[in-house]
Design a protein around this ligand. Structure first.
Ligand SMILES: Nc1ncnc2c1ncn2[C@@H]1O[C@H](COP(=O)(O)OP(=O)(O)OP(=O)(O)O)[C@@H](O)[C@H]1O
Ligand SMILES: [Mg+2]
Length: 331
């Protein structure tokens, strides 16, 4: 079964053809990051206009690379939330037009579930369930219990900034540019000392995180309010360590409590090498993490998330609408 996955929820225009929910036949991503870098963050209106320009060439390239035509497809899947409204509208309307024109089933996909399903890609076997998922991205940070395909229960998450948002804001404080996650990771590698220790908000007895105190601590440090300002690389490394330490400890606590078989990382921040390393070091159960390029937004994860639905014959009609505020596993 071949599914075309379309993703336009934020600043990546992406399309991919995936076979049987795991084999990548193509994965085309037009990133707008350099366009938004001059503003220090994603400008929604600019993102929508860029999606409009890039969408058709990106879909065409995805089919060309997969060496297939619309007639070879079994379904079209598209992210319909959460995300920027104007950006989501482009992907959803293009997907509807294609589904209508080629008489293909249309599937609306939750972007956060799609991040989790990146763990199905390029693997022989699906992860053993139930699994504990840590979804850490630019707009979300959630600890979610996955009980079965499409069955998620949110256990907790951030009380303020998303992990990726904290990386982006701290990178700005340190003058490291946008997107902040990769910039901080790169800078942290230059640290010659690991003496600097930043605060951690444990919020004991909950599955929640908070990064606002850490962000303020970084601001004070960078401004020299504690005396001498440490080198930027050391501040970047200490920040990354503090975020990774808290995320991994809280995730492992939930893994033990819920006695799951697998723990999975998902979302853009899952590309972070220190977070990946710490989780692998400390987890008592099997760890699944997508390769870094599949952690950030892409169309392949959307197609992967659609596979089990398409197999069941589930489809949305052309009345499918965007849901910018969609969450995951909320009761
Ligand atoms: N190597 C890395 N280390 C830490 N953070 C990273 C790394 N690579 C990317 N990120 C962060 O991941 C985020 C982008 O992830 P993603 O593309 O999943 O976010 P999004 O789609 O904008 O948000 P959401 O998925 O919540 O809608 C950015 O905040 C970025 O700084
Ligand atoms: Mg994302």
């Amino acid at each position: 079964m071949k599914i075309l996955g379309i993703e336009t929820s934020c600043d990546e225009t992406a399309a991919s053809v995936v076979e049987d929910g795991r084999h990548l036949l193509s994965n085309v991503i037009a990133s707008q990051a350099s366009l938004h870098a001059q503003y220090g963050g994603v400008v929604p209106e600019v993102a929508s206009r860029q999606h409009l320009e890039a969408m058709v060439p990106v879909v065409e390239a995805a089919l060309r690379e997969a060496e297939c035509s619309f007639g070879d497809l079994d379904a079209i899947a598209v992210t319909h939330g959460p995300g920027l409204a104007g950006a989501l509208l482009i992907g959803v309307n293009v997907a509807k037009a294609l589904a209508f024109s080629y008489s293909l089933p249309l599937l609306g996909i939750n972007h956060l579930e799609a991040h989790v399903y990146a763990n199905w890609l390029e693997e022989d076997d699906p992860p053993e369930l139930p699994a504990l998922c840590l979804i850490v991205s630019g707009g979300h940070s959630d600890i979610v219990l996955m009980e079965g395909n499409g069955r998620f229960r949110r256990l907790g998450g951030t009380r303020d900034d998303a992990a990726g948002e904290a990386f982006d804001k701290v990178a700005r404080i340190l003058g490291l540019g946008f997107p902040g996650g990769p910039a901080i990771e790169k800078e942290a590698k230059n640290a010659t000392s690991t003496q600097l220790r930043l605060p951690r908000a444990w919020l004991r007895g909950t599955n929640d995180f908070s990064f606002s105190g850490l962000k303020t601590a970084m601001l004070r440090l960078a401004r020299g309010e504690n005396g001498v300002t440490p080198p930027i690389a050391e501040m970047a490394a200490a920040f990354q360590e503090s975020v990774a330490d808290v995320l991994v400890e809280k995730t492992i606590a939930a893994v033990r409590k819920h006695r799951v078989a697998t723990v999975m990382l998902a979302g853009g921040v899952a590309a972070n090498s220190r977070l990946r390393e710490l989780l692998r070091e400390r987890s008592p159960v099997t760890v699944r993490i997508p390769r870094p390029a599949l952690c950030t937004d892409n169309g392949a994860m959307v197609a992967a998330a659609a596979f089990y639905k398409a197999e069941d014959g589930t489809a949305n009609g052309l009345a499918l609408d965007i849901e910018p505020g969609l969450g995951i596993g909320r009761s």
